[in-house]
Design a binder for this molecule. Structure first.
Ligand code: SF4
Length: 340
């Protein structure tokens, strides 16, 4: 559905300035923004993807991955089309880079009321906006999140972190979990991996989600050989997470698999991931997980006080046994997150 966009200003000569994400596009009449999901028609900006759902399913929250927010719960997960990054190794490239004429091919319209009803019918405890970049879906997420909160559902976005502070503030009252990708820790890394030049803006918005809006924040870094596997840089990222988001912020270091324009690369060696994890622990992060690695001990949660395994997960990240409170049952150390 086409709907007038939020967070834009009209400029002279029928141009429109979009403030949804940090691309900050100024869009001429009859043109679209970088993400191809927002179009200027006669000086007014419209979203082309309101309620247009490309994928929906009931999924464990651990798959996002989110490990410290109601482990073992299910989220109704839905996504649309479009992205404001251009990552050559994107795992969802068919929907992320869909053009305007392909939207109706990839999507079906699901009204906010129906999405919440489907979540309840499928016995989900929450809703997750995921698969493509949720910032581009702001108007729809806002309408759905308001209804979801009235129905007692938790809310989560899986984001590349590029939404503007204004977009975050619009969602802030209705959003519980902010699952953020940080793809590297330099401007160069972001330019190379995502063709994006506002790296420090991503960090600032993540801090605001955590401290101003008190959201539960978890971070993912997909480590790609030769792109962002430098241990020094990963160590600086770990130190930033500890200082700005807190030592108990879960950091998921995930293994890259060759795909799309990076099909020529090898999968990340597990040893590289293990060294990155060791480095992060030495920087003071207390919950550092490895993802996309089968049967690895770093997929479980250990008490930072006594080392007891307090949450055990299977190969798909799903909880085998878990915590019933936010304290270690063996020593009483507090564990950040929501567990009951
Ligand atoms: S959402 Fe971002 S990429 Fe899309 S038009 Fe707005 S500023 Fe540009």
């Amino acid at each position: 559905m086409v709907k007038e966009a939020m967070l834009y200003e009209k400029l002279p000569a029928r141009r429109a300035h979009c403030h949804i994400c940090q691309r900050d596009c100024i869009i001429k009449d009859e043109r679209k923004g970088y993400c191809k999901t927002r179009k200027n028609r006669g000086g007014r900006l419209y979203t082309l993807i309101y309620g247009e759902v490309s994928t929906w399913r009931r999924a464990p929250i651990e798959i996002k991955p989110v490990y410290h927010y109601l482990p073992g719960s299910s989220a109704f997960s839905l996504g649309s089309v479009g992205c404001n990054f251009l990552c050559p190794g994107c795992q969802n490239w068919e929907i992320s880079f869909a053009r305007e004429e392909q939207i109706s091919v990839h999507t079906e319209y699901i009204a906010p009321e129906k999405a919440v009803k489907m979540a309840k019918e499928q016995h989900c405890q929450g809703i997750s906006w995921t698969y493509n970049e949720p910032a581009l879906w702001l108007e729809y997420i806002l309408d759905t999140a308001r209804l979801a909160k009235l129905q007692g559902l938790y809310t989560n976005i899986v984001t590349n972190g590029s939404l503007s502070p204004e977009a975050l503030d619009a969602l802030g009252p209705y959003l519980d979990v902010y699952r953020l990708d940080i793809k590297g820790f330099s401007q160069e890394a972001y330019r190379e991996i995502a063709h994006f030049s506002s790296w420090e803006g991503i960090l600032a918005v993540a801090s605001r989600a955590k401290h101003h809006w008190k959201m539960h924040v978890e971070v993912v870094t997909n480590v790609i050989p030769d792109y962002n596997d430098d241990l020094e840089q990963l160590g600086r990222l770990a130190a930033w997470i500890k200082t700005e988001l807190g030592a108990q912020t879960p950091w998921h270091i995930t293994r890259f698999s060759p795909r799309w324009r990076l099909s020529h690369l090898e999968s990340t060696p597990v040893r590289t991931l293990e060294l990155a994890r060791q480095r992060a622990l030495s920087e003071g992060l207390e919950f550092v997980y490895l993802g996309n690695v089968r049967a690895h001990p770093a997929s479980h949660t250990y008490c930072p006080g006594c080392g007891t395994r307090v949450i055990e997960r299977n190969d798909w990240g799903q909880v085998v046994c878990g915590l019933r409170s936010d304290c270690c049952p063996a020593c009483g150390t507090a564990i950040a997150g929501r567990f009951a």
